[in-house]
Design a protein around this ligand. Structure first.
Ligand SMILES: NC(=O)c1ccc[n+]([C@@H]2O[C@H](COP(=O)([O-])OP(=O)(O)OC[C@H]3O[C@@H](n4cnc5c(N)ncnc54)[C@H](O)[C@@H]3O)[C@@H](O)[C@H]2O)c1
Ligand SMILES: N[C@H](CO)Cc1c[nH]c[nH+]1
Ligand SMILES: [Zn+2]
Length: 431
């Protein structure tokens, strides 16, 4: 495990210790994504089929969910089926209870402005499937979207080598009531959702995590005229763990490896105030990796002077997931000082895996430092606020002159008159 001593390190070394890989891709990849989008936007279905065959080895298919969901019920034992339903129920409960409320504010007597939340009409949900089919991501997107009240949901996920649909994805789709699901992956899936292709109708917003191809395509379609909205940069998984001498090395190592398992560009970083815990976590990481086999991204560590410094490092890094491996009460106190993180796991029992599957909040969270300016997916990601103004005649007459004065400051005479005409109508009525 590579260890950086934060206190002794210069600016460059500190930067390197927290560096993320260049996940957004190089110019060549950006160009290839632009070509895919342009072709599907211009030529529709035929281009989509050709590109899907080239990249993923098969034409896109709309899958009927029920037969695969039936298959899943035959394959999975009762405990697994209950676990999936428990996850769905917890996610539904969390998002239902955190729905925003409409608010009406009487800013001046007689003038009311409402903030009214309405669901988007449609949304596209990207479910990653390159390394592993992430059925849990379907729950983490579809449940908040349905809680928000979105009418039309279109799910896309990369095709499997043997065709068909992953049974767990099928089951999650059936449990949430998803009816439209296509086997399309990567940039081509995003282009099809954005501009439509064949029977795939364009959507208002595209949400969901993915690799660099997916992230790049989302950014590009959102920037095009008439393109959809997108959610947030949700790329390769990240976990930072803050620990001191009281940390449980086995649990910390297990958490770090749980995210290192996502792929070679995953980020798993221990920030600790104590050399003994760093050594113990390093040994645990090796032992646990050996016992599981498989590929893991490297785990690294930063040795800092104290918890103050650990908080600074965490806020600078802005991790997708931040575990605070201190006794729970201390962890919760420290969490109050964290300003940048997608999700915080406070205390030694708070496994990041609970957040990935069943705690209730969505696991679709900002990566690459985007936690500086955004949180993860919630029902709000599938809603928008419309403001509604209503005003009585007397208030309109009182406010007319002020609005007109402001409009004339901007040289906008028609605006000024549209405000003043309200006052005129009221004085005419009074005569
Ligand atoms: N931040 C979050 O909330 C969150 C949640 C879940 C997963 N994730 C991340 O999502 C990512 C999923 O990535 P993945 O690769 O497993 O699945 P993916 O579905 O995102 O990407 C697979 C698709 O990428 C395209 N692709 C791959 N190589 C290509 C190439 N050379 N040329 C053109 N297209 C190519 C293919 O179409 C393929 O189907 C992981 O990094 C995981 O950590 C993040
Ligand atoms: N940890 C991932 C988000 O970074 C989500 C996930 C899905 N399945 C397992 N984990
Ligand atoms: Zn995970």
């Amino acid at each position: 495990m590579r260890v950086t001593d934060w206190t002794k390190a210069g600016a460059d070394t500190r930067k390197r210790a927290l560096a993320r890989p260049a996940t957004r891709g190089d110019d060549k990849m950006r160009g290839a994504v632009a070509d895919i989008i342009e072709r599907i936007r211009g030529e529709g279905w035929d281009a989509l089929v050709e590109i899907c065959e080239q990249i993923d080895g098969g034409a896109p298919q709309r899958i009927a969910v029920a037969p695969y969901a039936d298959k899943a019920r035959g394959l999975f034992d009762a405990e697994t089926l209950d676990a999936i339903d428990l996850a769905r129920a917890n996610i539904a409960r969390f998002h239902r209870e955190t729905l925003p409320e409409n608010v009406a504010v009487e800013t001046v007597p007689g003038l009311t402005v409402e903030k009214r939340w309405v669901p988007l009409s449609s949304a596209g949900l990207y479910i990653p499937g390159g390394k592993a089919p992430l059925f849990s991501t379907l729950l983490m997107l579809a449940v908040p979207a349905l809680t928000a009240g979105v009418q039309r949901l279109v799910v896309v996920t990369p095709p499997r080598p043997d065709g068909g649909l992953d049974p767990a994805i099928a089951l999650a789709a059936e449990l949430t009531g998803i009816e439209e699901i296509w086997t399309i992956g990567g940039a081509q899936a995003i282009a099809a959702l954005a501009f439509g292709a064949g029977e795939i109708e364009p959507v208002d917003r595209i949400c969901g995590p993915g690799n660099a191809w997916v992230a790049q395509a989302k950014a590009q379609v959102a920037a095009l005229p008439g393109g959809p909205g997108i959610d947030l940069p949700a790329g390769p998984s990240e976990l930072m763990v803050i620990a001191d001498a009281s940390g449980d090395a086995a649990r910390i190592a297990a958490d770090l490896l749980s995210q290192a398992e996502h792929g070679e560009d995953a980020q798993a970083i221990l920030v600790a105030t104590d050399d003994t815990i760093i050594g113990a976590v390093g040994r645990e990481v090796e032992a646990q990796m050996a016992s599981m086999g498989g590929d893991f991204a490297p785990v690294r560590a930063v040795r800092c002077a104290n918890l103050e410094e650990a908080v600074e490092i965490a806020n600078t890094y802005a991790a997708e997931h931040l575990s605070i491996a201190l006794p729970t009460a201390d962890a919760l106190r420290l969490a109050e000082r964290i300003t940048n993180a997608g999700a915080i796991f406070a205390g030694p029992a708070a496994a990041e895996s609970f957040g990935d599957y069943l705690a209730g909040s969505s696991h679709v969270l900002p990566t690459d430092g985007a936690a500086r300016y955004t949180g993860g997916i919630t029902a709000l990601s599938f809603m928008k606020a419309i403001s509604v103004q209503s005003i009585d005649d007397a208030a309109a007459a009182r406010l007319g002159p002020a609005a007109a004065a402001l409009a004339r400051l901007e040289g906008l005479e028609a605006h000024a008159r549209a405000a003043e005409i309200r006052a005129e109508k009221v004085s005419e009525a009074a005569e």
